[in-house]
Design a protein around this ligand. Structure first.
Ligand code: URA
Length: 239
């Protein structure tokens, strides 16, 4: 499902800066087309990717874009920043309009970041009730305490938010390396959870969001479009 843009006559009036009466005249004269077809109903509801044209000239409209990016550590997950390098600078300008980040990663984290201009898609993935799983590989300063597995699974009380974290899966891969799967995204969540064991996170790398895995052929800083299957798979998770 896509985000709504509202009524046709309202959108045209705002976009062309003319009264709705003049919009109705354009519609009656058959001069407006929507996605290539002439339209006349002023109350038509438009979605965010509709293509509107006047006398065949495109007035507005763009295609939905879905991307994955391999975020390098040290870059902030923001669309713009006055001082620091942002993810957006790794993408061509032509892709920027309407593009936003679907679930941030901390500055010093690396790995999979999804971006889109489809707000309905991003909202469905990020809404707290969707509990979309996110998988991370975490490297720690000290050997991981075996009790951490149970503590992650049981949830931890976070004073600041006054919540108990949702059950998280912790798999110890090596003395200082673990996989962690979260189904929520609290501020600095993994760092805070290992903080309970006085074990600082040295590196944090996101491998997967929902069914979408970071493409191993993408070097840090590289990106690619998602396939139609990946876009659809991500939707399935929240349906
Ligand atoms: N948890 C963190 O502490 N940092 C991240 O970037 C993601 C999860």
């Amino acid at each position: 499902m896509r985000g709504k843009r509202g009524r046709l006559d309202r959108l045209l009036a705002v976009h062309l800066q003319i009264p709705r009466k003049s919009v109705r005249a354009l519609l009656a004269e058959g001069r407006i087309s929507l996605n290539g077809d002439t339209v006349s109903a002023p109350d038509l509801q438009l979605d965010e990717f509709c293509k509107l044209a006047l006398d065949g000239e495109l007035l507005l409209g763009w295609d939905p874009v879905y991307l994955m990016l391999h975020k390098p550590a040290g870059i902030i997950s923001a669309t713009s920043d006055a001082e620091q390098a942002t993810l957006m600078q790794l993408l061509p300008d032509a892709l920027h309009p309407g593009l936003h980040i679907v679930g941030r990663l901390d500055k010093h984290s690396s790995g999979l970041v999804l971006l889109t201009n489809d707000s309905r898609w991003s909202e469905s993935l990020m809404q707290p009730d969707a509990h979309v799983p996110k998988l991370y590989r975490v490297t720690l300063a000290n050997p991981i305490a075996p009790e951490a597995v149970q503590a992650f699974a049981e949830g931890m009380y976070f004073d600041f938010e006054d919540i108990i974290t949702r059950p998280a899966r912790l798999v110890i891969e090596a003395p200082r390396v673990a996989l962690v799967e979260l189904t929520e995204g609290r501020y600095h969540q993994i760092k805070r959870m290992f903080g309970r064991f006085r074990n600082p996170v040295v590196a944090l790398h996101r491998l997967k969001v929902g069914n979408i895995s970071l493409d191993a052929s993408l070097a840090p800083g590289q990106w690619r479009h998602l396939s139609a299957e990946e876009v659809a798979d991500a939707r399935k998770i929240v349906e």
